[in-house]
Design a protein around this ligand. Structure first.
Ligand SMILES: Nc1ncnc2c1ncn2[C@@H]1O[C@H](COP(=O)(O)OP(=O)(O)OP(=O)(O)O)[C@@H](O)[C@H]1O
Ligand SMILES: [Mg+2]
Length: 366
């Protein structure tokens, strides 16, 4: 059937307008949105106090903050970055996302805003030291995404040894990252671990109420309570899942609350898989192809996949470290199973493996 293009467009526009009629401000549903004033939590106070002590003494306390996905690590440090940088104090806070800048070189270049061709890492660090004096705090978000090409994690060594006494705040999902830092660097960094606890249903409700107040024209308090209870029960209290579910319910695109929640989870998992590095994707693919799920057999399949793709496989120990990273992301669960008289670990995929196919097809086939 032929349709006038303008008529077609206005019909679609009307459809979209109907969908979003309850949205007052889209920004509040953006995953990078940092609220004017996030809902307070004890971990925020601990970081603030450490920063203020550093401001006063110029003696840094390096912090290693960890916690599950969507538990508020990034929003907390970005909020602190904003208020400290806007305040009259001397402290300057720099932020870099390690997933997007996954080597020491790229991190420093990103902060300095340069494209460093033909410059060595020590020269780039020299420029960093010339530009930033104390008190300067460097936040390395998603620090566990540092590339295997940068096994030495040189930025940590440089920062810990600098005469400038910089302070580091590292954020990660998994506390096991600390074990991967070499002993010498660890002993000069002396990172203080800080666990970001999962929100309970009441805190979750408070957070999404803030979004609903600013972002929606109309909502019911009971809906917020239901979403919070569902997300706390069925996920690792991932606030992203709650915000996305709220958005889907408000736009009525995916039907009722249960369907909206499932769609939100699927979308978040697909995003997560898309963001994984190549070796992790191969590990998941191997797990999906190994019917018994035993780690040793998965590793064998993973090594075969690497050989087929001319990719150097991780050694077994590093592969196991990676499994605990994938577990911390909520993509797999490692279950200890009795085999004869001993115990062996089995991998349970926590998502539909078809997602792996669709979300990662570009990376795995290229
Ligand atoms: N205390 C809070 N107040 C307001 N919003 C919050 C709070 N905690 C989390 N959020 C919101 O929840 C979402 C997820 O938070 P955030 O991105 O900080 O999680 P994260 O711990 O960094 O997760 P990941 O490990 O995946 O990086 C964001 O949209 C954030 O704004
Ligand atoms: Mg984050």
């Amino acid at each position: 059937m032929k349709m006038d293009p303008m008529q077609y467009l206005s019909q679609k526009r009307a459809e979209v307008e109907r969908e979003v009629k309850n949205i007052k401000d889209f920004r509040l549903f953006d995953s990078n949105y940092v609220p004017e004033q996030p809902i307070g939590r004890p971990e925020m106070d601990k970081i603030t106090r450490a920063i203020l002590k550093y401001e006063r003494s110029q003696i840094p306390t390096n912090i290693f903050a960890f916690g599950s996905r969507g538990c508020g690590k990034t929003v907390t440090v970005k909020y602190l970055q904003r208020i400290f940088n806007e305040s009259a104090g001397d402290t300057r806070i720099l932020y870099v996302n390690v997933r997007e800048n996954n080597t020491s070189f790229k991190m420093l270049a990103n902060i300095l805003g340069i494209t460093p061709r033909g410059v060595s890492l020590s020269e780039v660090f020299q420029r960093f030291q010339e530009k930033y004096s104390v008190p300067t705090i460097l936040i390395l978000d998603e620090v566990d995404c540092i590339s295997d090409k940068d096994r030495q994690k040189e930025i940590l060594y440089l920062m810990s040894r600098s005469v400038k006494n910089y302070m580091l705040i590292m954020l990660a999902n998994n506390s096991s990252f600390l074990k991967e830092i070499d002993v010498q660097t660890r002993s000069s960094l002396q990172p203080v671990p800080l666990h970001f606890k999962n929100y309970d249903a009441v805190q979750m409700c408070e957070i999404i109420k803030q979004r609903a107040d600013g972002g929606l024209k109309d909502y019911s308090e009971s809906l917020l309570r239901e979403i919070s209870a569902l997300v706390v029960k069925k996920t690792n209290s991932d606030v992203r899942a709650a915000i996305k579910t709220l958005y889907y319910v408000a736009t009525e695109k995916h039907g009722d609350l249960q369907n909206s929640f499932q769609s939100a989870l699927q979308d978040l998992t697909a995003d997560l898989i898309c963001d994984l590095n190549y070796n992790n994707l191969l590990a998941l693919k191997a797990a999906s192809r190994t019917s018994n799920g035993f780690v040793k057999d998965v590793y064998q399949n993973y090594s075969n996949l690497c050989a087929a793709k001319s990719e150097k496989p991780f050694c077994y120990a590093h592969f196991c470290n990676n499994l605990s990273y994938l577990q911390s992301l909520g993509l797999i669960m490692l279950i200890s199973t009795k085999v004869g008289k001993a115990y062996a670990n089995r991998i349970n995929l926590l998502f539909d493996s078809s997602l792996l196919k669709t979300a990662s097809s570009t990376k795995l086939t290229s």
